[in-house]
Design a protein around this ligand. Sequence first.
Ligand code: KG4
Ligand code: ZN
Length: 335
Amino acid sequence: MLILGIETSCDETAAAVLEDGKKILSNIVTSQIPYHAVFGGIVPEIASRKHVEFIAFVVDTALKKANISLKDIDLIAVTVGPGLIGSLIVGMTFAKAISVSLNIKIVGVNHIEGHIKAIFLEKDIDFPFVALVVSGGHTELYIVYDHTNLKFFGKTRDDAAGEAFDKVARILDFGYPGGPIIDKLTQNLPKPKLSFPIAHIPNSYDFSFSGIKTAVLRYVKKHKKEIYNLNKKIEIANAFQWAVVEVLVEKTLSLAKNENIRNIVVTGGVAANSLLRRVFLEKAKESGKNVYFPKKELCTDNAAMIAIAGYYRFLNGEKLDLEEDANPNLTLKET
Ligand code: KG4
Ligand code: ZN
């Protein structure tokens, strides 16, 4: 079975061809970063316009790379939410048009579920597992019982972890997107003496990252003269990163311990972070847990993850109603 995945929920125009829910024949991601970087963050209007410009080319490239044509496709899987409404509409409209004109089956996919399913592109993980989805738009904790059942446990009450990375990088004048830049600048650095307070919400699996961003801003304003020194900026970024990583690891492991779950999957753009991966592996080992990450290019937004999530939705008998609209606020609890 050949599945065409289409993903346009944010600022990446992506298409992939997946064979039998496992083998990636192509996985094309066109980043719009240069168009947004000048504004220091994603501009929704620009994102939708660029999706319109790129989508046909990206899908065509994915098909060519897989050495197939559209008529060979058995199923289309497209992201229906959450994300930016204008961006989602481009992918959904394109996918529906192909489905109707060539009479190809179509399923809708929740973007968060796509991130969780990305791990199955590489490994078969035993259920149940704890899933931490940590990206630019989301920081959420679930227990996944099987391919169609999961339970929500917690989320960020304000900024997503990736958003905090991007905002702190902006405060430090590092450019956009901040996560990969901070990751690269702090490679293999030990934990610094400098530390920033991070909210630990008691008796809850929720997170909060807006306070630490404000603490960094306050610190930078107070130490204006030192901020011209790159090493000082790296020290600040490193302290911020350690605080975020420690709270993510601690909450996730406490959910795994409390619910007696052995396997943990960490996914989403921030799961590409080197320190997060390192600390997770160390702490999980100490606690007798197994932690798995998709490879980095499958952690960040891509369409192969949408194709595999769509495959399991299809096996579950689901299909996209052509009347269904994109839902920018779609939650996984609803799916
Ligand atoms: O999953 P993703 O590609 O898109 C969303 O669904 O949001 O995640 C993008 C986010 C951005 O905030 C970016 O700064 C962050 O993931 N990110 C990272 C790294 N690579 C991407 N954060 C920390 N370290 C990284 N290596
Ligand atoms: Zn994402």
